[in-house]
Design a protein around this ligand. Structure first.
Ligand SMILES: Nc1ncnc2c1ncn2[C@@H]1O[C@H](COP(=O)(O)OP(=O)(O)OP(=O)(O)O)[C@@H](O)[C@H]1O
Ligand SMILES: [Mg+2]
Length: 310
């Protein structure tokens, strides 16, 4: 069972224009709206590949209803805490050029102490001994910065394996609780360790250093350059299949969905890593916030390689 906890889900709206004009009226060519949030994406990909999963966290208002409708449409099980505030809407503006999108990210609704207590009680009920509990993304206003850490400790006491995919303060605090798995990308690893992680050697050293902080599985993801996996069984350098990238938003979450699905399915850690690389690349081939579909992941899998380097 793969349980995902998204404290600050979002509705992601991508607005496409010919060329972005500031301080002027822009004609919108098309918009795409999707549910977002790291845990939600992870559950969607894990479910798509056939894993048993459940998404929880906070949702509220009309945008919260939209998040649930997307999960309903895809048949992804969920059990959220409904909050008084509204789930945030994040905008991105993409134009026809090569430049990355311009994004507008909201901080999310204020979470009341009773709502936070309700989520912790729900997590206790939903935890399955031996299963995975996945925490990720930003922490909404009203919760202490250590919210991920509190959840990791709660799940560990209940016998779950824990995953944390976060950045900055949320990662720094959460990692102190010793999650079983973290997946920083290069920039997140650099911010965590305060040193560069760009070259092959630096990335390898960074993955090892994060493991020394008490994390048993570290995946350091490097976009089109693949990833490094460091765990008890060894260290692998992963190469991603070459693809025509459209939008890499959600690639990291998809990588984790693929990796955990394969582990839960009884595959070796090396094979699971290759499924993760394939799922991340599959999501990179889709538009905007869309995520990987199973046939694409299966098509790319034979071209996802893992070379043992230690
Ligand atoms: N352009 C690409 N070509 C091939 N594979 C890719 C590409 N971008 C991402 N991937 C695959 O997806 C994995 C995760 O991507 P990345 O390192 O960009 O994660 P991320 O920055 O955490 O993404 P996000 O947080 O938006 O989900 C990579 O390790 C790689 O396997
Ligand atoms: Mg990420």
């Amino acid at each position: 069972m793969i349980l995902s906890v998204t404290l600050n889900p979002s509705v992601d709206r991508a607005i496409h224009v010919e060329q972005l004009k500031l301080y002027d009226t822009n004609r919108v060519l098309r918009t795409e709206t999707d549910a977002g949030g790291k845990g939600i994406n992870l559950s969607r990909v894990a479910d798509e590949l056939g894993a048993k999963t459940l998404a929880t966290g906070f949702v509220g208002g009309g945008p919260g209803g939209f998040v649930k409708s997307v999960l309903d449409r895809e048949g992804v099980p969920y059990d959220f805490v409904e909050v008084d505030g509204e789930t945030r809407i994040n905008f991105s503006v993409e134009d026809a050029g090569e430049d990355p999108p311009t994004t507008f990210n909201s901080s999310g609704p204020e979470i009341a102490p009773e709502e936070w207590a309700e989520l912790q009680a729900k997590c206790r009920r939903l935890a399955r001994r031996g299963g995975w509990a996945c925490m990720g993304g930003s922490v909404p206003p009203g919760l202490e910065k250590s919210a991920h850490r509190i959840l990791i400790e709660l799940f560990r006491e209940l016998g779950c394996r824990t995953l944390l995919d976060a950045d900055g303060e949320a990662l720094r605090h959460g990692i102190e609780a010793g999650p079983n798995l973290v997946k920083p990308n290069e920039k997140e690893a650099e911010r965590l360790l305060g040193k560069p992680a760009g070259t092959d050697e630096e990335a390898l050293a960074a993955a090892k250093e994060i493991r020394e902080r008490g994390v048993s599985i570290v995946i350091l993801s490097r976009g089109e350059r693949g990833a490094i996996l460091a765990c008890d069984e060894g260290i692998w350098r992963g190469t991603s299949p070459e693809i025509e990238p459209k939008s890499t938003i959600g690639s990291g979450d998809s990588m984790l969905g693929g990796f955990l699905w394969a582990l839960e399915d009884g595959r070796s850690v090396e094979e699971a890593f290759r499924w993760g690389l394939a799922a991340g690349a599959a999501t990179a081939t889709t538009d905007s916030t869309e995520i990987a579909r199973k046939p694409k992941v299966e098509e790319l899998f034979p071209r996802a390689f893992a070379e043992r380097i230690d």
